[in-house]
Design a protein around this ligand. Sequence first.
Ligand code: PMP
Length: 394
Amino acid sequence: MKENSRLKAVRAVRQELAQVGIDPFGVQIDRIVSPTEGIIDGRPTILAGTNNYLGMTFDADCVASAREALETAGTGTTGSRMANGSYASHRELELDLARFYGKRDAIVFSTGYQANLGMISALAGPGDTVMIDADSHASIYDGCTLAGANTIRFRHNDADDLAKRMRRLGDEAANALIIVEGVYSMLGDRAPLRDFVRVKNEFGATLMVDEAHSMGVLGEKGRGLAEVDGVLDDIDYVVGTFSKSLGNTGGFCVGDSDDMDVLRYASRPYVFTASLAPATIAATRTALRKLEAASDLRKRLQANAERLHAGLSALGFRLGAPANAVVAVLVGEKLEALRFWDHLLKAGVYVNLMVPPATPGNESLLRCSVSAAHTFEQIDAICAAFGSWNGARA
Ligand code: PMP
């Protein structure tokens, strides 16, 4: 068979990595020990590159709920909710989410990626305009592609730039869908949500906020940045995932629109894929109940984030944003970042290597994500591993 030319660029990156002898994208965790520890290459390794913000993956109540559902409802649903029917628990989880956010209704998707694809492509189509933050997650970009809408990027976290571009739309501005994230996954920086709400209200547009990295992390009840900023009522759709603070897989959207039920049938990523497995739903429902009451875990998470941020800052590293659950070390050059990442892994610390074009500002970074389940000893060990690097500090 002839070489597929579409794979040329990816093949070249794989070959480049093979030459250096480091493969940051093929890491295998041979055994997962706890939310914060795994065995990699025979070495006990601190996991500092998960999104397990509240450490829910091993929570005894979540595991017990999953086990019970597995035994009573089986391993999978084997089909889409529209074609094969919903289980009662799918709907119960939706009602839990709607109540949690104080919104009228919710739609559950099989992943957070699909929640963005599904909602954006159901809300917008050819001839419509979607305004997205330039640093948006790939699922938001891909949702816009699936929608076939006119997609306009505005400067990251810049509400004035958004307003300027909205003005250019004239009468069309009221039909625009604006999409931002609460906390950005690469650098951990927060959106100026109140400013975005002001722009949305000024033009009468629709606002969707992806709280993937802020749900469970921010807010007295864990409802994310929208709760902290007191703007939940002004946000038309909150999108999120079960794969981070809830410790599972799946995604959702909550909203007050009369069209919530219609939206699910207009969403191909909802209609044409298998629904969530019973054990996933059961564990997620338990996790959501615990998340709401987990202000002690949120405090511990913040204390861990501050300790890691202060420790890395004292070592002279350049960091992405003020202390947050995501602590990104800016490294600059890709090869340097690759070697640094490998050094950390050999020192028993796993972080995420992020390289352009997935990163803002075309800069490579080592992304640490902190969990409430990390101990101070683990945080200090992460700092010590970073401190043992002899290369440049960017
Ligand atoms: N939105 C954002 C902002 C994300 O960071 C992610 C995952 N990294 C997703 C959506 C997708 O979530 P999931 O892993 O559930 O597909």
